[in-house]
Design a protein around this ligand. Sequence first.
Ligand SMILES: N[C@@H](CCC[C@H](N)C(=O)O)C(=O)O
Length: 323
Amino acid sequence: MILGSPGSSHRRPTTMRGPCWTSCSPSGTSPAETVVVRRSTGETGGHMRISKLHGLRNDFLVLLDEHQDGPLDVGPELARRLCDRRSGLGADGLIHGTRPDAGSDADVVMHLFNADGSRAEVSGNGIRCLAQAVARSRGAEGRVVVVADSGRRETVVRPGTSPSDVVVEVDLGPVGPGPGLAAPLPLAVKESGTADLGNPHVVAWLDLSPGDLRQVDLAQIGPAVESSYPEGINLELIVPGPDPDVLVLRVWERGVGITEACGSGACAAAALAHGWGLVGPKVRVEMPGGAVDVELVEGRAVLHGPSVLVAEIELREGAVLDG
Ligand SMILES: N[C@@H](CCC[C@H](N)C(=O)O)C(=O)O
C-alpha cells in the first residue's frame, strides 16, 4: 500500500493557532468534477491537505508534502484545477513544498506553478506565504530557509496582528538585468527597463498621477507585453507616490493576469526606480492589495510584508481530477 494512513505524517500546529482544518470539496461541483487526489504512483484516493494564504491579496495554495498521506503527483494540471476561481479553490498560484535533500540546511523546497499551470522560478509573496505555512507546521516562528528555482532564500517569520496574520521578510537575492526590451511598450513611458529576481520583469514608469494609473487598460496591455517575450514576462507599471520613497504599482503577472500585488515585481520596480533617481534605497510600494517595504542592500532586494492564512483545507477522499 503506497498511501500512509490518514493523518499519519501530518503534523498539526502545536503552539500556533488559527483557522481550523475543514473538510470540503469546491462548492457547486459534483464529485466527478472536483479535484483529484492522485499519487505519484498513479493511485488515487486518500486526502490532500492544502493551506490557502495571501500576501496583499496575491493568493496561493500551499501543499506541503509533510502534510500528506503519501507522495502526490503535483503538476500543471493540478495547479490549473485548484487555482480556478470558479471550479477550483481559487488562487494566483500553487506552491508545492517538498522536503530538502538530507544534509541541507534548508527547511523546504519550493515548486511554484502559476494559475495557468506554467512554472515560475520564484515569487516574493508566494515564498513569504510558504514560509508562514512551514512555520505554522513546526509550531514556531523565526527563520525559514527556502530553496526556490531561483536559489536559496532566507525568510524570517515574525508575529503580526494574530497567529494567522504575520509579517514575513525575505531576502530575494540580487536584482540582475532582465531580458532585453523585446519591443516598444504599447504606451507612453518616461522610463522603462527590465530586471531579474530569478523571474523576469519589465517595469515602466508612466507620467501619470496615481489616479490616472488606475485607468490604464492593463488587461489589454499586459497580454501584449507578456507575449512579446518568448519566456513571458511580468509587467509592472509605476508612478511615484505623493510622498518621497513611495511608488504606486499595478501589475500584470506572467501566467496569471492582473493581480493585486507582486512581491518580486515590487522589488524589480524599487531597484529600477532607484536607478532612475526616483526613490532612495528604502522604498514603500503601494499596490491595489496593500503596501510592502523593499530595502535595497548591496544590489539585493529584501522584502517585508504581511502574510495571512485564510484556510486549511482537506480535500476529501474520492475527489477525482479527471473530471
Ligand atoms: N506574485 C508573485 C510572482 C509569481 C510568479 C510570476 N507570475 C512569474 O511567472 O514570474 C510575487 O509576489 O513575486
